[in-house]
Ligand binder design. Structure first.
Ligand code: ATP
Length: 392
């Protein structure tokens, strides 16, 4: 049964369509991340679920009950929705102790002091802060304050917990630690969680499913594996860090996989992943991560060996990044430093590269109009992706 059901949700701010016909079903106990670059509509979607924004179109159901339905002008106020929220800013009461902050939502609901305190202590136990109960929240670190905010959201046992970039104010080490903590809390409580983030690692490491958002739309929804291994559009592939994206055509589909030929190449590539919805002759984007290309050796009889020219090599600390050219296409190759010694050909800048057939994603080229908007993604190197970008 879906605990959150969003149908055709649209929210406009003046001329800006912040959320554009988003539909999403979230099951009981699921952890779903809304992932996308800044301004793609993640927070607005979350705020519509919470009732902090009033959508222009569409409907939302929580726990089977309608909370907003624009078609009949129905809208339930935020305090009547069975949700808990955790924001980027912890929004705690600085003059209250830890336990007072956590029990506050129950006191607002007129729960008796002793019962509220007992539930608050259980919630603090869950986030590992029971020993801090009598302290003033102002005396806690950022990470501890975020845990208090989490305990406060959990204390009412809401059917849905909405989290808006809750870890973004923490330093990198604490963020990683809190990620593990949040996952544990989710496993322990099995609460349904909707988590807004622009951080891919966060989304992948915690979520059961990810909804990738772009320009107000949920452009792909799936498990982390599905989304990362089979991006549905060129934009999603680029956003998820595929540095090499070439336009090409499917030559043949056989037992060993799909043969594709990038435009302008004298050789094809074997792709071992299933090419869902593709047929021979189809135009496709051929997407390959830089880590899926290595230096090879002609003496081995393996598929996808190509002669290439090494244009530049840059040591990046743990990996070495090479920019190479094969059949006139620029490619980014990344190797662990330990494997970074590349076999040279007759000339110092010549090498044989190998594209791992199991690591190639094929994306049908559709006639959708291109967006000129660049992909903003900290983990993307902004390499030598080619193609005219005329389709997504
Ligand atoms: N109150 C508002 N008034 C006007 N425009 C708004 C308002 N809230 C959001 N927007 C616009 O709607 C679009 C989506 O914003 P939203 O905050 O939902 O994106 P986001 O994906 O959460 O971004 P970020 O990661 O930067 O928070 C943006 O273009 C934003 O400028």
């Amino acid at each position: 049964m879906s605990i959150v059901r969003i149908d055709d949700l649209t929210k406009r701010f003046g001329g800006v369509t912040a959320v554009d016909r988003v539909s999403l079903d979230i099951g009981d106990g699921e952890f779903v991340a809304l992932l996308g670059p800044s301004g793609c509509g993640k927070t607005t979607t979350l705020r519509c679920i919470a009732g902090l924004e009033s959508p222009d179109e569409g409907s939302i159901q929580l726990g089977g009950g309608t909370v907003v339905d624009r078609s009949r002008g129905y809208e339930l106020p935020p305090h009547k929705r069975d949700i808990g929220m955790v924001f980027q800013s912890y929004a705690l009461w600085p003059h209250m102790t830890v336990v007072q902050n956590v029990s506050y939502p129950l006191r607002l609901k007129r729960e008796r002091k002793q019962a509220a305190r007992a539930k608050a202590m259980d919630a603090l136990e869950l986030v590992g802060l029971a020993d801090y109960a009598p302290r003033s929240v102002s005396a806690l670190s950022g990470g501890q304050q975020q845990r208090v905010a989490l305990a406060r959201a959990l204390v009412r046992e809401p059917s849905v917990l909405l989290l808006d970039e809750p870890l973004s104010n923490l330093d990198a080490a604490l963020r990683t630690q809190m990620r593990v903590e949040l996952k544990r809390i989710h496993e322990q409580t099995r609460s349904t969680m909707v988590y807004v983030t622009h951080d891919q690692e966060e989304a992948v490491s915690m979520s059961d499913r990810i909804a990738v958002m772009h320009g107000g739309r949920a452009v792909q929804v799936g498990t982390p594996r599905e989304v990362f291994d089979a991006p549905s559009t060129r934009w999603v592939a680029e956003f998820l860090g595929y540095e090499n994206i070439l336009p090409g055509r499917i030559e043949a589909i056989g037992g060993a996989g799909t043969e594709v030929r990038p435009d302008g190449w004298d050789a094809g590539l074997l792709c071992a992943r299933p090419a869902a919805g593709c047929s021979t002759g189809d135009r496709v984007w051929i997407a390959v991560r830089s880590t899926a290309i290595g230096f090879g050796d002609r003496s081995a009889d393996r598929p996808n060996l190509l002669d290439a020219k090494v244009l530049r090599s840059t040591f990046l600390g743990t990996v070495t990044e090479h920019e190479v050219s094969a059949f006139g296409s620029g490619l980014v190759v990344k190797q662990l430093t330990a494997d970074g010694v590349r076999p040279t050909g007759a000339q110092a800048d010549e090498a044989v590269i190998r594209v791992d057939p199991t690591q190639i994603a094929l994306i049908p080229i559709t006639d959708e109009p291109a967006t000129d908007e660049p992909v903003t993604n900290e983990s993307t190197t902004g390499g030598l992706a080619t193609g005219n970008g005329s389709a997504s």
